[in-house]
Design a binder for this molecule. Structure first.
Ligand code: HEM
Length: 156
Protein backbone atom coordinates (compact mmCIF):
# COMPACT_ATOMS: atom_id res chain seq x y z
CA UNK A 1 0.00 0.00 0.00
CA UNK A 2 1.30 3.44 -0.83
CA UNK A 3 0.70 5.56 2.25
CA UNK A 4 0.98 9.24 1.58
CA UNK A 5 1.65 11.28 4.70
CA UNK A 6 1.86 14.60 2.93
CA UNK A 7 0.88 17.17 5.53
CA UNK A 8 1.39 20.23 3.33
CA UNK A 9 -1.13 22.94 4.03
CA UNK A 10 0.10 25.21 1.25
CA UNK A 11 -2.75 26.57 -0.83
CA UNK A 12 -1.58 28.21 -4.05
CA UNK A 13 -5.09 28.94 -5.23
CA UNK A 14 -5.84 31.88 -7.51
CA UNK A 15 -8.60 34.18 -6.29
CA UNK A 16 -11.04 34.95 -9.11
CA UNK A 17 -10.68 38.47 -10.47
CA UNK A 18 -13.74 40.68 -10.08
CA UNK A 19 -13.96 43.70 -12.38
CA UNK A 20 -13.18 46.96 -10.62
CA UNK A 21 -12.37 45.39 -7.25
CA UNK A 22 -8.92 45.99 -5.78
CA UNK A 23 -8.90 44.05 -2.50
CA UNK A 24 -6.68 45.24 0.39
CA UNK A 25 -3.10 44.02 0.11
CA UNK A 26 -0.96 42.61 2.92
CA UNK A 27 2.81 42.61 2.36
CA UNK A 28 4.63 39.26 2.51
CA UNK A 29 6.14 38.19 5.82
CA UNK A 30 9.70 39.66 5.81
CA UNK A 31 11.01 36.31 7.07
CA UNK A 32 10.39 34.95 3.56
CA UNK A 33 13.28 37.17 2.43
CA UNK A 34 15.55 36.67 5.44
CA UNK A 35 15.15 32.87 5.12
CA UNK A 36 15.82 32.60 1.39
CA UNK A 37 18.22 35.57 1.07
CA UNK A 38 18.58 38.22 -1.64
CA UNK A 39 20.45 35.94 -4.06
CA UNK A 40 17.71 33.30 -3.98
CA UNK A 41 15.15 36.08 -4.54
CA UNK A 42 17.10 37.13 -7.65
CA UNK A 43 17.29 33.48 -8.77
CA UNK A 44 13.54 33.20 -8.26
CA UNK A 45 12.95 36.13 -10.62
CA UNK A 46 15.46 34.86 -13.18
CA UNK A 47 13.53 31.57 -13.23
CA UNK A 48 10.22 33.41 -13.38
CA UNK A 49 11.19 35.64 -16.29
CA UNK A 50 12.81 32.75 -18.16
CA UNK A 51 9.49 30.90 -17.86
CA UNK A 52 7.46 34.01 -18.81
CA UNK A 53 9.57 34.18 -21.96
CA UNK A 54 8.07 30.82 -22.95
CA UNK A 55 4.57 31.41 -21.54
CA UNK A 56 1.29 32.32 -23.30
CA UNK A 57 1.84 35.96 -22.18
CA UNK A 58 5.37 36.31 -23.61
CA UNK A 59 4.15 38.91 -26.11
CA UNK A 60 3.76 41.63 -23.46
CA UNK A 61 7.33 41.13 -22.14
CA UNK A 62 10.61 42.26 -23.75
CA UNK A 63 11.44 40.10 -26.77
CA UNK A 64 15.16 40.21 -26.20
CA UNK A 65 16.54 37.85 -23.53
CA UNK A 66 19.01 40.45 -22.26
CA UNK A 67 16.21 42.99 -21.73
CA UNK A 68 14.17 40.25 -20.09
CA UNK A 69 16.96 39.66 -17.57
CA UNK A 70 17.15 43.39 -16.81
CA UNK A 71 13.38 43.33 -16.22
CA UNK A 72 13.89 40.37 -13.88
CA UNK A 73 16.40 42.40 -11.83
CA UNK A 74 13.94 45.31 -11.54
CA UNK A 75 11.24 42.96 -10.33
CA UNK A 76 13.62 41.31 -7.85
CA UNK A 77 14.56 44.80 -6.59
CA UNK A 78 10.88 45.49 -5.98
CA UNK A 79 10.18 42.20 -4.22
CA UNK A 80 13.26 42.50 -1.98
CA UNK A 81 11.96 45.93 -1.01
CA UNK A 82 8.35 44.84 -0.41
CA UNK A 83 9.67 42.01 1.79
CA UNK A 84 11.36 44.55 4.06
CA UNK A 85 14.83 44.50 2.47
CA UNK A 86 16.89 47.44 1.11
CA UNK A 87 15.03 50.01 -1.02
CA UNK A 88 16.68 48.88 -4.26
CA UNK A 89 13.64 49.58 -6.41
CA UNK A 90 13.20 53.14 -5.19
CA UNK A 91 16.93 53.73 -5.69
CA UNK A 92 17.09 52.27 -9.21
CA UNK A 93 13.61 52.98 -10.59
CA UNK A 94 11.91 55.56 -8.38
CA UNK A 95 8.49 55.38 -6.73
CA UNK A 96 6.85 51.97 -7.36
CA UNK A 97 3.46 53.19 -8.73
CA UNK A 98 2.85 49.66 -9.91
CA UNK A 99 -0.53 50.21 -11.55
CA UNK A 100 0.83 53.13 -13.52
CA UNK A 101 3.92 51.20 -14.60
CA UNK A 102 1.74 48.34 -15.83
CA UNK A 103 -0.69 50.65 -17.64
CA UNK A 104 1.18 50.50 -21.01
CA UNK A 105 0.71 46.71 -21.09
CA UNK A 106 -2.47 44.84 -21.89
CA UNK A 107 -3.07 42.87 -18.68
CA UNK A 108 -6.24 40.77 -18.86
CA UNK A 109 -7.80 38.54 -16.15
CA UNK A 110 -6.55 35.50 -18.12
CA UNK A 111 -3.08 37.06 -18.44
CA UNK A 112 -3.01 37.42 -14.65
CA UNK A 113 -3.79 33.70 -14.31
CA UNK A 114 -0.91 32.80 -16.67
CA UNK A 115 1.37 35.15 -14.71
CA UNK A 116 0.46 33.48 -11.40
CA UNK A 117 0.72 29.93 -12.79
CA UNK A 118 4.18 30.79 -14.15
CA UNK A 119 5.09 32.20 -10.73
CA UNK A 120 3.97 28.98 -9.06
CA UNK A 121 6.38 27.02 -11.29
CA UNK A 122 9.22 29.39 -10.44
CA UNK A 123 8.50 28.99 -6.71
CA UNK A 124 8.70 25.20 -6.86
CA UNK A 125 12.40 24.80 -5.93
CA UNK A 126 11.88 27.06 -2.90
CA UNK A 127 8.96 24.88 -1.81
CA UNK A 128 10.62 21.53 -2.58
CA UNK A 129 13.93 22.45 -0.95
CA UNK A 130 12.08 23.90 2.07
CA UNK A 131 14.04 27.14 1.95
CA UNK A 132 11.47 28.74 4.26
CA UNK A 133 8.32 27.68 6.11
CA UNK A 134 5.06 26.97 4.33
CA UNK A 135 3.50 29.83 6.30
CA UNK A 136 6.01 32.25 4.75
CA UNK A 137 5.48 30.87 1.25
CA UNK A 138 1.74 31.18 1.83
CA UNK A 139 2.15 34.81 2.88
CA UNK A 140 4.21 35.53 -0.27
CA UNK A 141 1.64 33.79 -2.46
CA UNK A 142 -1.27 35.65 -0.85
CA UNK A 143 0.49 38.93 -1.63
CA UNK A 144 0.91 38.16 -5.34
CA UNK A 145 -2.55 36.54 -5.61
CA UNK A 146 -4.17 39.73 -4.31
CA UNK A 147 -1.90 42.44 -5.68
CA UNK A 148 -1.90 40.93 -9.19
CA UNK A 149 -5.63 41.76 -9.32
CA UNK A 150 -4.67 45.43 -9.10
CA UNK A 151 -2.58 45.09 -12.28
CA UNK A 152 -5.49 43.95 -14.48
CA UNK A 153 -6.29 46.86 -16.78
CA UNK A 154 -8.01 45.24 -19.79
CA UNK A 155 -11.01 42.94 -20.02
CA UNK A 156 -10.80 39.94 -22.38
C1 HEM B 1 1.89 41.05 -7.67
C2 HEM B 1 1.69 41.71 -8.79
C3 HEM B 1 2.79 42.31 -9.60
C4 HEM B 1 3.92 42.95 -9.19
C5 HEM B 1 4.32 43.27 -7.76
C6 HEM B 1 4.66 43.33 -10.37
C7 HEM B 1 5.86 44.00 -10.37
C8 HEM B 1 6.52 44.47 -11.46
C9 HEM B 1 7.72 45.26 -11.44
C10 HEM B 1 8.46 45.68 -10.19
C11 HEM B 1 8.05 45.56 -12.70
C12 HEM B 1 9.24 46.39 -13.17
C13 HEM B 1 8.79 47.83 -13.36
C14 HEM B 1 9.93 48.78 -13.67
O1 HEM B 1 11.08 48.49 -13.36
O2 HEM B 1 9.67 49.86 -14.21
C15 HEM B 1 7.06 44.93 -13.56
C16 HEM B 1 7.07 45.00 -14.92
C17 HEM B 1 6.16 44.36 -15.71
N1 HEM B 1 5.12 43.57 -15.30
FE1 HEM B 1 4.54 43.23 -13.40
N2 HEM B 1 3.99 42.90 -11.48
C18 HEM B 1 2.85 42.28 -11.06
C19 HEM B 1 1.90 41.69 -11.85
C20 HEM B 1 1.97 41.60 -13.20
C21 HEM B 1 1.04 40.88 -14.03
C22 HEM B 1 -0.19 40.11 -13.49
C23 HEM B 1 1.45 41.04 -15.31
C24 HEM B 1 0.87 40.52 -16.58
C25 HEM B 1 0.05 39.51 -16.67
C26 HEM B 1 2.65 41.86 -15.30
C27 HEM B 1 3.36 42.29 -16.41
C28 HEM B 1 4.45 43.11 -16.40
C29 HEM B 1 5.11 43.63 -17.58
C30 HEM B 1 4.69 43.38 -19.03
C31 HEM B 1 6.18 44.40 -17.15
C32 HEM B 1 7.20 45.16 -18.02
C33 HEM B 1 8.43 44.34 -18.21
C34 HEM B 1 9.60 45.24 -18.45
O3 HEM B 1 10.20 45.68 -17.46
O4 HEM B 1 9.90 45.52 -19.60
N3 HEM B 1 2.95 42.17 -14.00
N4 HEM B 1 6.14 44.27 -12.77
Amino acid sequence: MNMNFNTSSLNLAITPYVVGVNPPVTKPNPVFLTDIGEEEMRDLFRRFYTKLYESPIRDIFPLNREEMMIASQHSADFFIQICGGPQYFNQNRGAPQMRGRHAPFRITPQGRIHWLKTFEEALKPIIDDKKTSEANIQSFWNYIDIFSQWMVNTQD
